[in-house]
Design a protein around this ligand. Structure first.
Ligand code: LMR
Length: 367
């Protein structure tokens, strides 16, 4: 309730600010001010300005609910495209009743702040990487275990299976509802030097997302993990404050990490997917005739994002290879097996936190 009023008033105030009218206490006051303002205008300018004001007044009155969707990646990524598609579908179906405002590139909140902002009602929808929920549940850490999923088909099978669906509800006691999974893809390792054997990572500093499992994964190869927000990665790499990072092809491409990393190893050692999440207060406060339409639009936007994620990974990998700015290394089966052997003990280390049942179900999805 608070979040809806808050968002709506903020949008209204912004629109009126743009038209030179300050927000009064009541709609009557507001209409009176608008009328006075319209009356005081003359000539052609008056016509245009009056039309703009009338539009502002109409849409301010009509848009009951604003959904702020905050994310950290570029628009030309599976998540960026999914968010824009969602806004489009909601607009088509709910017109001015619900307005979706998408904020990409950490413009509104960085990934370490967005869930706190959501709890306060300052943002209504987000899709953080599954690695960024450690403060709220240890269960989602299953997705970070290195070399757990063979490929994205296995990830999809696990997510859509009973255990994956159960995980959508794993933070309801903290006031968050998982509305669905969105794919990005498998992660690759990049560094200022070639990473062919695990020993190559020894002593190198790697930026990681805020996950203890990912920290353990790099510690397993004697590297130094540093938890840093996504928005800082390019500069950290460029200034050589860190040596490497792990990410998907679409993030490495859209954020230009490949321009400041001489080597990328096609390791496919883990998955980077998202949980589309909302706050229970906001979601349960939506009118009963609006919630299903928003959910249907979200499901369709997620399906679209998932469909393009594989194509984007391929296309972005190709673009990186063709740029000539970095060298992509493929691993032989034997080289890959050495990385698996070094990193796999992390599974046992986190079995107690995550639950053996979840790990077993994830392994079974490879079959
Ligand atoms: C990262 O921090 O590397 C990713 O979570 C960014 C993203 O949202 O894809």
């Amino acid at each position: 309730m608070f979040s809806r009023r808050h968002s709506r008033n903020a949008t209204l105030a912004f629109r009126l600010h743009m038209t030179g009218v300050s927000l009064g206490n009541s709609r009557d006051q507001l209409n009176k001010k608008l009328q006075e303002r319209i009356k005081s205008m003359r000539g052609i300018k008056m016509g245009i300005a009056a039309a703009a004001l009338a539009f502002a007044a109409t849409s301010a009155q009509a848009a009951d609910i604003t959904i702020k969707f905050s994310h950290v990646v570029a628009e030309n990524t599976p998540k960026g495209k999914m968010a824009n598609k969602f806004a489009e579908l909601v607009h088509e179906r709910l017109g001015d009743r619900v307005e979706v405002e998408v904020y990409p590139n950490s413009q509104l909140f960085g990934d370490n702040k967005v869930l706190e902002a959501m709890a306060l009602g300052d943002v209504q929808l987000a899709a953080p990487s599954l690695s960024k929920f450690g403060k709220y549940t240890s269960k989602l850490q299953v997705f970070d275990l290195p070399f757990l999923f063979k490929d994205m088909k296995a990830v999809e099978k696990f997510q859509q299976g009973p255990k994956g669906q159960e995980l959508l509800h794993s933070m309801e006691d903290k006031g968050f509802i998982g509305l669905g999974y969105l794919h990005n893809g498998m992660k690759q390792l990049s560094a200022s030097q070639p990473l062919i054997e695990p020993a190559d990572a020894d002593g190198l500093k790697f930026r990681i997302m805020s996950s203890d499992v990912l920290a353990a994964q790099f510690e397993a190869v004697q590297a130094v993990p540093l938890k840093k927000p996504f928005s800082e990665v390019f500069t950290l790499l460029q200034t050589k404050a860190i040596d490497g990072q792990e990410n998907t092809w679409s993030n490495i491409y859209s954020k230009k990490f490949f321009e400041v990393q001489d080597h990328i190893t096609e390791s496919n050692h883990g998955v980077l997917d998202y949980l589309v999440v909302t706050s229970a207060d906001f979601w349960n406060g939506l009118p009963d005739d609006v919630r299903p339409v928003v959910k249907k639009s979200l499901d369709e936007a997620i399906a679209y994002g998932n469909k393009i994620s594989m194509e984007k990974a391929e296309a972005d990998k190709k673009a990186i290879a063709e740029s000539g700015r970095t060298t992509i290394h493929e691993l032989t089966d034997e080289q890959r097996a050495a990385w698996v052997e070094s990193m796999k003990p992390v599974w046992k280390q986190f079995e107690g936190d995550i639950g053996k049942d979840l790990i077993d179900a994830a392994v079974a999805s490879n079959g």
